[in-house]
Design a protein around this ligand. Sequence first.
Ligand code: NAP
Length: 244
Amino acid sequence: MSRVALVTGGSRGIGRAVALRLAADGHAVVVNYAANMAAADEVVEAITANGGTAMVVQADVGDTDAVSAMFKEVEERLGRVEVLVNNAGITRDGLLLRMGPDAWDQVIETNLRSVYLCSRAAMRGMLRSRWGRIISVSSISGISGNPGQANYAASKAGIIGFSKSIAREIGSRNITVNVVAPGFIETDMTEELGTEIAQEVASRVAVGRLGRPEEIAAAVGYLASDDAAYVTGQTLVVDGGLAL
Ligand code: NAP
């Protein structure tokens, strides 16, 4: 069934793959981005070239007013958001003693406050539709922790607790709330770390390689589908066995 799906940070990496996947599954897709308009436009063009429906909307998802304006614009142009994918995320890595308050606040705002703001905004329409899917992208860092990522791991663990709580609040309304926790996926975010770290991580992955954005998108596609109606409050780890 065709629904309106909003993907935060849908312009690059995992979000881009999720946007393309949800469009291929028949959804009308909203591609949100923060700064890189050209990348977002390219995703929309790829979807429409395949006969799909898509629109771009710029918004910093950590900003209350920007999120309200984004949902207003989407509702006016496409209708209620019934599938929300909270994907936008950043890293500001550093060991705790060197991690200043700005690095802490920026990561919590973009990765966690955004999930609260967007989920709350989407929930209103989902309650009216009596159907909804909220899927948030966490990380294995939020489950196991990672040195140099105290801010990031806190934001990603926060997403898991948040999702379990609202899954219990709104499950009876036919709205499911789940989390996907990727391992090490080849995107701009991980490219920054360099090939040496990538090779070292790949050597610890049970399936012997890094992950692809499409492999996260497949998990999101499942959780967004009617097949996943009885799955809620869960965290699906998609990491090739890295965290085993
Ligand atoms: P990426 O390649 O760096 O892309 C990040 C996306 O988020 C871009 O579309 C970016 O848009 C958008 N974004 C950043 N800040 C935003 C903001 N304030 N408001 C709206 N959009 C914003 O990252 P990625 O690797 O695909 O990661 C996607 C998600 O997966 C993140 O939540 C990340 O933490 C999580 N994750 C990634 C990995 C991995 O190995 N890559 C592993 C575990 C979890 P602009 O281009 O406009 O800035």
